[in-house]
Design a protein around this ligand. Structure first.
Ligand code: SAM
Ligand code: SF4
Length: 453
């Protein structure tokens, strides 16, 4: 690909796990009463038909990886586990008290931080506590993120017995130079061990997270990392573009600086290379950042156009209501978003006072709901249709903003359809930005997003 094109489109942009994206949520926030109303409405509309999803944020990690953009708390003190689980269950009680029938859970995801920081006993307490007030929907998926260095066979077994059928391991990169720079030392043997144990136990889908664009990565190091990855045949591979966000996460303890990062063209090449190597090994690209074997449910969901995207990333099981529990978690009632307090102290205090610990949120307008649908269509199916109603003036403005990308062969508009072309796949965030009315109307003055490539 022409390096001018890469330069042109490598601009700061959202990853669209929501629309509106968090920096464009209403500055006034959302009244707790309005948030609760939308939760109840969404629940009544969807609980029986499709169930609800639960995202539970388990924020602790024993050691800091210096590339990490997640909400985490670094500690080796495991006595933090029990009070945290108790607070999460109290928060869950507050939600259940709002609802007039038992929730049917379609999907649970334990994210982090490192969920496998928690002992088997505490993970059991958590999941059993959730099901004291809820039932499983007839289709049920339960996934969690595990750190290969901190996941025991016992935890894998206990979580499986509690209903987990999928897990994902953070790999990032196998190269020793890269691992040292990002302060994340883990061997292939360790990954192989937890991967094979998961297989033996009977997990239906195992996923590996890799990142391209990390410091000191080269063509050779990426080839080696991917060779090792595909040798284990994970069902899914997330191949994330490194989000370099030092203005949010700081630069503390970092073993690299800006000059050590692969530049635009090199980074793009690492993506193209990875993609080709995944294809050569039988993987199919899913939406943005993800690859899956054709036997995996994510692939099947994509084929039947049932792929969905939310704060958990891509998922095969769409639900209208997703409740996020734990510090910093974001909930989605389709009509509104709400985010929990971002520190453990503030989160715990609010829950202990008997309140939902929401500190900001956004009530979607009718236009937001329409744009949200377009962006979801593009991110999941790489196409959308004007039939998702917008007035002719707004459509014309969107086409105007797409013009250059149409000329650059990244996207096409034929009749009612807007389709991302194969060449435009990596620019899907840029294409969504043409639809993002909130971004267009309020261009941020300071950096808030990572680069799109
Ligand atoms: C919450 S973390 C992973 C779980 C677990 N703590 C671990 O590290 O193995 C989820 C994933 O987000 C990805 N991630 C974190 N920070 C990132 C960044 N700055 N850019 C791109 N991906 C990132 C990593 O691939 C990571 O495995
Ligand atoms: S990558 Fe995982 S283990 Fe490392 S700091 Fe982030 S959440 Fe914690």
């Amino acid at each position: 690909m022409d390096s001018k094109l890469i330069q042109k489109y490598n601009i700061p942009g959202p990853r669209y796990t929501s629309y509106p994206t968090v920096p464009f949520w209403d500055k006034e926030g959302i009244a707790l009463a309005d948030w609760k109303k939308t939760v109840v409405k969404s629940f009544q509309e969807s609980n029986t038909q499709e169930g609800i999803s639960l995202y539970i944020h388990l924020p602790f990690c024993e050691s800091l990886c210096t590339f990490c953009a997640c909400h985490k708390k670094i500690t080796k003190r495991h006595e933090v586990e029990q009070p945290y689980i108790e607070t999460v269950l109290k928060e869950w009680d507050l939600y259940c008290d709002l609802l007039n029938e038992r929730p049917k859970i379609r999907e649970i995801h334990l994210g982090g931080g490192t969920p496998t920081f928690f002992s088997s006993e505490n993970l059991t307490k958590l999941i059993e506590g959730i099901f004291k007030r809820a039932d499983k929907f007839k289709e049920f998926d339960f996934s969690y993120e595990g750190h290969p260095n901190h996941t025991s066979k016992e935890q894998l077994q206990v979580l499986f017995d509690l209903g987990a059928n999928r897990n994902s391991f953070g790999i990032q990169d196998y190269d020793p130079v890269v691992q040292k720079a990002i302060h994340r030392i883990q061997s292939f043997e360790q990954v192989q061990k937890v991967h094979n144990q998961s297989k033996e136990i009977g997990y239906q889908s195992i996923s590996h997270d890799l990142i391209f664009g990390l410091p000191f990565q080269t063509e050779e190091s990426i080839r080696d990392t991917i060779k090792k990855t595909v040798a284990l045949k994970p069902d899914r591979i997330a191949y994330y573009s490194y989000a370099h966000v030092p203005w949010i996460k700081g630069v503390g303890q970092r073993g690299f600086d800006e000059n050590d990062l692969p530049k635009d063209k090199e980074k793009r090449y690492l993506y193209e290379l990875g993609k080709q190597l995944f294809f050569d090994n039988g993987y199919v690209e899913i939406g943005m950042d993800h690859f899956a074997l054709p036997t995996d449910t994510l692939y099947k969901a994509m084929e039947s156009k049932k792929l969905h995207r939310n704060f958990m990333g891509y998922t095969a099981g769409k639900t209208q209501l997703m409740i996020g529990l734990g510090m910093s978690s974001i909930s989605d009632s389709w009509y509104a978003f709400a985010q929990n307090e971002k520190t453990i102290e503030a989160y715990t205090e609010r829950v202990n006072q008997g309140n939902l610990p929401v500190f900001r949120g956004h009530l979607l307008t009718n236009t937001d709901l329409i744009i949200r649908k377009h962006i979801l269509n593009l991110m999941c199916n790489l196409e959308t249709s004007w039939e998702v109603g917008l007035d002719t003036h707004t459509r014309a403005e969107i086409i105007n903003r797409l013009d250059e990308m149409i000329a650059d062969n990244l996207v096409e508009v034929v009749g009612n359809q807007i389709k991302v072309k194969e060449e435009g796949r990596m620019f899907v965030r840029n294409i969504c930005m043409a639809f993002d009315l909130r971004l267009v109307e309020n261009k941020p003055d300071t950096r808030v997003f990572s680069m799109t490539i």
